[in-house]
Design a protein around this ligand. Structure first.
Ligand code: DX5
Ligand code: ZN
Length: 242
């Protein structure tokens, strides 16, 4: 399970402190939202955030979620600035296959994002090619919205598609997840959990402790459910453990 805190939940004046806290709490993967005011009715972060985060935290895995029109225009800049994962919305381009190729050729993992109002079947032509699928569990554009409950059924549908197509993409869940939903999503095969206001930010124990306890809690649930995620399988193969 990957805990991917969404930096959109950081305070603008306290971001560095908050990020230091997350890292002390065991975070090694962060989710950065880029909104252009066209694809979604919000403008947030400036692109320069990616380079700034990369400079300060050279070992952090940076996952950029593009909520923009013309996502192809951002690939080179994101790579140069240090992104590791780059995802785009399925309806933000007419040429998803070309975009997936160009993201992967530039050395990043390519992800496709699907909104709550779009059928899972839209992903069918792409799942063989992407490294990950981001299932939105809120309408994109704003942090702090409530989780849409039918998302669990949609996650089951996505898992079904994964099995039927015998593909190996990772599943990321983005929007409004609390600890209960996190556990439900993990049991249904989600591996990257974008954490926000209901899981690690704004918790009474502070961000560092909340990140550590969230990770521990989710790993315990994972073990109890006997679930071994794709990330863990890859690691086992690499280290020759069975
Ligand atoms: C919503 C964003 C999310 C959001 C997650 O458009 O894509 O990444 O910041 O944070 P919460 O779960 O707090 O809404
Ligand atoms: Zn996001």
């Amino acid at each position: 399970m990957i805990n991917a805190p969404s930096l959109a939940n950081c305070g603008l004046f306290t971001m560095a402190e908050e990020m230091d806290g997350m890292i002390r709490g065991g975070v090694n993967f962060v989710h950065i939202d880029i909104m252009d005011g066209h694809y979604v009715p919000n403008i947030f972060f400036p692109l320069s955030i990616v380079q700034a985060v990369r400079k300060r935290y050279p070992n952090l895995t940076i996952d950029v979620h593009l909520m923009v029109t013309n996502p192809e225009d951002y690939v080179d800049r994101m790579r140069e600035d240090g992104a590791d994962y780059l995802s785009f919305h399925i309806d933000s381009t007419r040429f998803s296959r070309r975009l997936i190729d160009s993201i992967q050729q530039s050395g990043m993992k390519a992800g496709v994002v699907i909104n709550p109002s779009q059928p899972i079947s839209l992903l069918e032509p792409l799942v063989r090619f992407v490294d990950y699928v981001v299932l939105m569990t809120v309408e994109p554009g704003f942090a702090g919205q409530p989780f849409m409950h039918d998302a669990l059924e949609r996650l089951d549908e996505l898992q079904k598609l994964k099995k039927e197509t015998d593909t190996h993409f990772m599943i990321s869940i983005d929007g409004g997840i609390d600890r209960e939903h996190s556990a439900e999503c993990m049991k249904r095969g989600a591996e990257i959990l974008v954490s926000g206001i209901y899981t690690v930010f704004g918790q009474p124990e502070g961000l560092e402790k909340a990140c550590a306890s969230y990770q521990k809690e989710m790993e315990t649930i994972q073990k109890e459910a006997g679930f071994i995620g794709l990330g863990a399988i890859c690691l086992c193969e690499k280290e020759n453990i069975s």
